[in-house]
Design a protein around this ligand. Structure first.
Ligand code: SAH
Length: 346
């Protein structure tokens, strides 16, 4: 059965044409889904009753349900745990910033990348999210924002999963939410975060989209990075940096680097200097993230003054760096935590 949220406008036009319907029907349905936020085909009152009936039988809107929701009292961050009929659950997070509302989308159920500090990978990769399921995630936040007449202004593919391992679905998701007949979220307001899969970075560069690339770096030497991120054995730092330069040259965009500070592991001033050396000549921005505590991992946080010293060192060496403001620290907003808490309870 076709999932309406899983179709680009072009696909929907083809689908309507196949059924002998005029092309403009697709645009009407698209507008109902994304501009008027219809919850069923019954709502789509400018379609004929017969077509509505047929659509109701032959197609489905979302199939997910909200399992639970946590709202931060500190900063209004909302974390949704969503469940699908096959029993899988994923998290999506709405973050309220001064500059707008951003939503974090999960691209896979679980993850197979095996980063030692990450909760999403603990149970391995269960399955891919389809583009439509990513769209569904986004709509939970948008519907909540509708209550206060606000909109989602930016998207980060930074939830559970590795987007470069689900490349086509991620691109299709972007096409759907970017469509001017739909949610109309500009690609400049979309960020894809990758563990550092070089072929995916190259492919994304060649797509020529003005998307922001975020690379999870976390260490500036191969020895340290390989001990934290198995992917580094396949794509070591030199290859990764080469791909980042390629991305910048192709798109003209500055690259974001994520660096989770882990006490005693990657947070010394020498580490900062090595990081600065690595990024020399590449227009970039470093997001420092105080590591989120994951019960299964025995990592410690870097003390505040040491974080400051780390940032200062980077800045003095000409690196653009900021410490990521922690969102929803009072709820389990770190990746995979809510899902992990609920595992076994469903
Ligand atoms: N697979 C992609 C996107 C999902 S992870 C990637 O690796 O980039 C999103 C970000 O959260 C990544 O930068 C990841 O390294 C980081 N992350 C995972 N676990 C974390 C933790 N415990 N503390 C801080 N950051 C973490």
């Amino acid at each position: 059965m076709p999932h309406l949220y899983d179709m680009t406008l072009t696909e929907m036009q083809q689908w309507m044409a196949d059924q002998g319907e005029p092309k403009y029907r697709a645009k009407q349905i698209f507008q109902w889904l994304y501009q008027r936020r219809a919850v069923s085909v019954e709502d789509m009152t400018n379609l004929s009753k017969a077509l509505r009936q047929r659509l109701g039988q032959e197609a489905t809107l979302g199939t997910s349900r909200e399992v639970t929701r946590q709202v931060s009292k500190v900063d209004g961050t909302v974390k949704f745990l969503l469940g699908w009929p096959d029993g899988v659950t994923v998290e999506t997070v709405l973050m309220r910033h001064e500059y707008g509302n951003s939503v974090c989308i999960s691209t896979q159920v679980g993850c197979k990348m095996g980063c030692t500090f990450c909760a999403s990978t603990l149970g391995g990769m269960i399955r891919q999210m389809t583009a439509g399921e990513m769209v569904e995630q986004l709509l939970y936040s948008q519907r909540l924002l509708d209550e206060s007449h606000e909109r989602v202004s930016s998207i980060v593919l930074m939830g559970s999963g590795e987007p470069m391992n689900n490349f086509d679905a991620a691109m299709k998701f972007i096409d759907i939410v970017n469509d001017p007949n739909g949610l109309n979220i500009g690609q400049r307001h979309i960020t894809i975060s990758t563990v550092g899969l070089v072929p995916g970075i190259i492919r994304l560069a060649d797509e020529g989209r003005p998307i922001t690339l975020a690379v999870s770096l976390h260490a500036a030497t191969d020895e340290l990075r390989s001990s934290m991120m198995p992917v580094n054995k396949a794509y070591p730092i030199a290859k990764l940096m080469e791909a980042c330069h390629y991305y910048h040259n192709k798109t003209g965009k500055r690259i974001s680097f994520e660096y989770a500070l882990i006490g005693g592991k990657n947070d010394s001033l020498d580490d900062a200097r090595r990081l600065a050396r690595l990024l020399k000549g590449l227009p970039s921005h470093v997001n420092l993230i105080p590591v989120n505590y994951v019960p299964e991992r025995n990592y410690h946080r870097t003390p505040k003054d040491q974080i400051q010293a780390f940032v200062n060192e980077l800045r003095s060496l000409g690196v653009n760096a900021t410490v990521r403001r922690e969102m929803g620290h009072d709820i389990s907003a770190a990746c995979g935590q809510l899902r992990a808490e609920h595992a076994g309870k469903l």
